[in-house]
Design a protein around this ligand. Structure first.
Ligand code: AMP
Ligand code: GLY
Length: 434
């Protein structure tokens, strides 16, 4: 099949890595990416097309004769790239701009959750700092303050410091990208471990993938600011049996049904971010796309050909898909981040050791913020630079292999967490929110 993947991160590299490994099960694919990255370029033809430009992506898909377009990141989805591709009659995996508001607006997501009776944190949508002050005082600490719009995982502050909470709200209101009606969502604090569950949908049927856990904070022991995600693992040995079925029944299917009833069917992956709290399972957030870095571990265990799953979602035939098959293995990914991430990121540092890491058993390296400089050297070009992924018999083995891979990578000034999957590999429940 001719497949075009839109995006340039490690998530898109993971998708292409899975698609490239399907042969001979499904027959060889012809893989393309827009714009891709240097790692993706080893597996697919990359095209210098702006991922946010729906007309340009559609023209490329038409010119290539693409049979499936997969839109990876949220920004092109919210910008309507999937709508443009679909309007040209090409199968597209990824929701319309209207449906992507489940991620693009936290206030919209809360409204859908309320209508679908999905359990989530109580929340107040505020338009002024005075309203924020009233809401945080009503909930009490720890305070959860969220920018209403897209913020690459960095728009949320969880703090017991009232001044910091108010300052974050003020900064969100002052953000020039938010236009005339900036809003801030104040939520009740959810305790308990976090789980990411990707639910694939064709607008009607829901097919859940294996749950994963992400590490959102920048530093070990969940210290430091929130990031896009510093590492992940799957499966979750500590998760209650029946969790996936419960989340499909109480969260994903009611949400997909509610979207359909509103005339905005959701086609793509509904990323359900959950907290398993002392009072039950609650939705922390919805995203309208695969999570990064959870995708890197989830897809490395999926044995059903990914193209079959994505095409079935894009063409409304998920109900006919046989049960997904999973490897009986564990996977861990560790993100190597650039100096300064998630604040001011330093770019242009040389990266070596990727080939050496990939020689290790069970290890592969996915590119995110990388580029090839004028001299042909691989250098850093973003906050999260590489995702080192390893599979093993169990989490302990996958973890050892992933960190052996990280040890091979040399990137001056970089940092990574050393405790990804540590608690889970040691048999403990992991990832309690703080
Ligand atoms: P979000 O962008 O909504 O996913 O939030 C980013 C991160 O902030 C989440 O992954 C949680 O770690 C944390 N967080 C968000 N909402 C809450 C909440 N209501 N209670 C506790 N932690 C939260
Ligand atoms: N890993 C968190 C996210 O993709 O939003």
């Amino acid at each position: 099949m001719k497949i075009l993947v839109v995006g340039s991160g490690a998530r898109e590299h993971a998708i292409i890595h899975s698609l490239a490994q399907e042969t001979p099960a499904v027959g060889a694919h012809e893989l393309h990416a827009a714009p891709g990255n240097p790692g993706i370029a080893e597996l697919a033809t990359v095209h210098a097309v702006d991922a946010l430009d729906g007309a340009a992506v559609t023209a490329l898909a038409q010119q290539l004769g693409a049979e499936l377009v997969v839109v990876g990141p949220e920004a092109p989805l919210v910008a309507g790239v999937a709508d443009a591709v679909k309007a040209a009659g090409i199968a597209v995996f990824g929701p319309s701009a209207d449906a992507a508001r489940l991620e693009g607006s936290k206030a919209f997501a809360k409204d859908v959750m309320a209508a679908a009776e999905v359990p989530t944190a109580m929340a107040h949508v505020c338009s002024t700092v005075d309203q924020v002050a009233e809401a945080i005082d009503a909930f009490g600490p720890p305070y959860v303050v969220k920018d209403d719009g897209l913020a690459a995982g960095k728009g949320v502050v969880v703090t017991s410091d009232r001044v910091e909470a108010l300052e974050h709200a003020q900064a969100c209101f002052a953000n020039p990208d938010r236009g005339g009606d900036p809003r801030v969502v104040i939520e009740e604090f959810l305790d308990g471990p976090e789980v990411s569950l990707f639910c694939i949908s064709d607008g009607d049927t829901v097919v859940p993938l294996a749950p994963a856990q992400d590490f959102k904070r920048a530093f070990d022991a969940d210290a430091g600011p929130n990031t896009g995600g510093m590492g992940a693992y799957s499966p979750l040995p500590w998760a209650p049996p029946g969790l996936v079925d419960e989340v499909v029944a109480r969260v994903a299917q009611p949400t997909i049904d509610e979207m359909k009833a509103r005339g905005i069917p959701f086609v793509g992956v509904l990323y359900v971010g959950l907290a398993l709290t002392s009072r039950g399972t609650r939705v922390i957030e919805f995203n309208a796309r695969f999570g990064d870095p959870e995708t890197q571990v989830v897809l490395s265990r999926l044995q059903t050909p990914l193209s079959v799953l994505l095409l079935a979602a894009a063409t409304g035939t998920l109900a006919e898909l046989p049960r997904l098959r999973w490897a009986d293995s564990a996977a861990v990914t560790v993100v190597v981040a650039a100096n300064g991430y998630p604040s001011a990121v330093r770019s242009g540092d040389p990266i070596t050791g990727v080939t050496e890491a990939e020689r290790l058993e069970g290890v592969h390296v996915l590119h995110a913020g990388t580029k090839v400089d004028d001299d042909g050297h691989l250098v850093s070009a973003g906050g999260r630079v590489l995702s080192v992924v390893a599979v093993g018999e169990d989490l302990a083995e996958a973890r050892r292999r992933a960190y052996a891979g990280v040890d091979q990578i040399v990137l001056p000034g970089s940092h990574h967490r050393t405790d990804i999957a540590a608690a889970a590999a040691a048999g403990q429940t992991a990832g309690t929110l703080r």
